[in-house]
Design a protein around this ligand. Sequence first.
Ligand code: NAD
Ligand code: ZN
Ligand code: ZN
Length: 382
Amino acid sequence: MLAMDYRGPYRVRLSEKPMPRILHPQDAIVKVTRSCICGSDLHLYHGMVPDTRVGTTFGHEFCGIVHEVGSAVENLKVGDHVLVPFNIACGKCHFCQQGLFGNCHESNPQATAVGAIFGYSHTAGGYDGGQAEYVRVPYADVGPMVIPDWMDPDDAVLLTDVVPTGYQAAEMGGIQKGDTVVVFGAGPVGIMAARSAWLFGAGRVIVFDEYQYRLDFVRQYAPAEAYNFREIDDVVMFLKKTTDGLGADVVIDAVGGDARGNAWQYVLGSKLKLEAGSATALHWAINGVKKGGVVSIVGVYGPTGNIVPMGNVLNKGLTIRANQASVKRLLPRLIEHVKNGHINPKALITHRVPLEDIADAYHLFAAKLDGCIKPVLVPGGA
Ligand SMILES: NC(=O)c1ccc[n+]([C@@H]2O[C@H](COP(=O)([O-])OP(=O)(O)OC[C@H]3O[C@@H](n4cnc5c(N)ncnc54)[C@H](O)[C@@H]3O)[C@@H](O)[C@H]2O)c1
Ligand SMILES: [Zn+2]
Ligand SMILES: [Zn+2]
């Protein structure tokens, strides 16, 4: 079968790989109908995630048709069209039992922090992902969900990560009615966080990014006030000024380690890799939130450390919440939101690219070319 093949930083291609096989009775093999490239894939693509091995296939956002099931699988049958959450979760361990499906203790037993994620390096379990014609899906009775008849698969594929992640970012903010919510990052995740902030009762939503086309999009879609941080001298001061000198009630970091906007952070974190990515948005979040406020982090940083203004966290009395999204926990609620029109996921899809053009698709998304917000990869014959 054909699959995306990581060759080293900034180098991906399509290769012939062996068909995935059932390795455990709870596995399923899924024939991919569409997959996405995510901002999280860019951390891999930029060589920022430890133990990203040459030859692995990325892709943690995908839908597909069940092609084969292991002998213990009860909830799926061959031919079902399923959406597959990006977390690989056993459904039974201490953490899954609490709904922390992103922190499963069984699927990635070597790690102490993250659970397993499809196509996300050996740090996240070493499972191949769905930017391929076929993919092995472990614990097939736990994660995958049959796409409801009424749902467009383009909406479904965004329910595997982007929608739940943006929604959870807002949820972790503990937004109170009327709160001012600031979102750093107008990528798919930040856009969804801004949209979700209203669903939790925000009174004002402000988004920062540097790409005008993304700011224009989020202004309409969320809707939100949207500012280009490149045009602002001091983002923290700007935030204070626009909130009566207090700071925002809730600030969401939907950027993570690929942040721009501070040369030192960029050189130390992203280029020299002396930190786990550049923490520019995180600094702005901690310094721009009000005393007693909440910083909600969904932007991804590597497993080693970052220099963060811990003194300000303490002295301001901040609450910091962060996690990989727990997709399975949120799906029932989000499906209702899609059904009743509160969230329109597929509006984010700007590009539909044949899987063969995987290298172009990565370049397009990484360099933010051609107004790209979310590219969907379509395998030949899907
Ligand atoms: N926690 C989770 O479960 C989870 C799931 C999916 C994605 N993520 C993470 O969320 C982040 C965003 O993902 P995405 O798909 O939207 O990525 P993306 O690359 O499309 O968007 C990131 C945006 O941040 C902007 N940006 C860069 N520096 C900034 C700064 N200092 N301030 C404000 N904006 C800045 C970029 O211009 C870009 O538009 C990534 O770190 C990704 O790894 C986390
Ligand atoms: Zn993703
Ligand atoms: Zn588990």
